[in-house]
Design a protein around this ligand. Structure first.
Ligand code: C5J
Length: 220
C-alpha cells in the first residue's frame, strides 16, 4: 500500500506489518485541570484534535492494523519518576500532586485515562510509559517484534515531545515511521510545524508525514 502524496516522497507500508501508535491522548493533557494545563498551556487545541484521531483510529481498526495506545503514567509511589522530571514546571501542581482529576500523571487516576472518544478496545495494546519516549522502560520493543511489525503510523500529543521522541526512538530501531500530520497537536503551533519539517527533512531522516484522509483513504 502506498501513500503517493506523503512527504518528502511516497510512503509504502504493508498493513499486516503496520501498527498505529496513538501517543498520550490522556485527560491529563487534553482537559482542563491536568498536567498540560498545570504547565501553563491552553489545552483547547488538543481537545479539538480528538475527532481527527478518532477518524484515523476508525480507519485503522477497520483495516485490521495493530493498534497501540500509550499513556504517560507513573507508579503511585513515583519510584519511576526521576526527581529532575518532577521538579520541572509549576511548583504548586507537580507530577504526583492532587489536581482536579486526581493525582497528576499517576496510573489509575481519572486524569491519567485516555479520553472517552478514544478508549482502547479490549484487544488493543496499552503501554504505560514513565518517559517521553514509548520505548524507554516499557515492553514495546518486544511487543512489536513478536507481531512482526516493521512500519509505524504515529498520532497523538504532543507533537514535539512524546510523539517526536517515540518516533525518533523507533527510527533508530529500524522501523519505517510516518507521522499523521492532522492527527497530532502541540500547545505551540510553531513547534508542531518545526517537528513536521524536521522529521521529513534530508530525505525522511526520521520518517514521513501524511494527512488522515490520505491514510484512511488508502486503507479503505
Ligand atoms: C508532555 C507528552 N508534553 N505526552 N508529554 O509532557 O508529550
Amino acid at each position: 500500500m502506498t501513500l503517493p502524496t506523503a512527504q518528502p516522497y511516497p510512503f509504502t507500508f504493508p498493513p499486516e506489518r503496520t501498527a498505529l501508535v496513538i501517543i498520550d491522548m490522556q485527560r491529563d493533557f487534553i482537559e482542563p485541570g491536568g498536567f498540560g494545563e498545570a504547565l501553563g498551556n491552553d489545552v483547547a487545541p488538543l481537545a479539538a484534535l480528538v475527532p481527527h484521531v478518532r477518524r484515523l483510529l476508525d480507519g485503522c481498526r477497520a483495516a485490521g492494523l495493530t493498534i497501540i495506545h500509550t499513556r504517560e503514567a507513573h507508579e503511585p509511589d513515583l519510584s519511576d519518576c526521576p526527581p529532575a522530571k518532577r521538579l520541572r514546571g509549576a511548583s504548586d501542581l507537580r507530577i504526583g500532586d492532587t489536581g482536579p482529576m486526581g493525582r497528576i500523571l499517576v496510573k489509575g487516576e481519572p486524569g491519567n485515562a485516555i479520553v472517552d472518544a478514544l478508549t482502547p478496545l479490549p484487544d488493543e495494546i496499552v503501554i504505560d510509559k514513565p518517559g517521553k519516549g514509548a520505548f524507554y522502560a516499557t515492553p514495546l520493543s518486544k511487543i512489536l517484534a513478536d507481531r512482526g511489525i516493521t512500519h509505524l503510523l504515529f498520532a497523538g500529543v504532543t507533537t514535539e515531545v512524546c510523539v517526536q521522541t517515540t518516533m525518533r526512538e523507533a527510527n533508530d530501531r529500524g522501523f519505517e515511521c510516518l507521522l499523521v500530520e492532522d492527527a497530532t497537536e502541540s500547545y505551540f503551533p510553531a513547534f508542531k510545524q518545526a517537528t513536521l519539517e524536521m522529521v521529513r527533512a534530508q530525505g525522511a531522516i526520521v520518517g514521513w508525514t501524511a494527512a488522515v484522509d490520505e491514510v484512511v483513504g488508502a486503507l479503505a
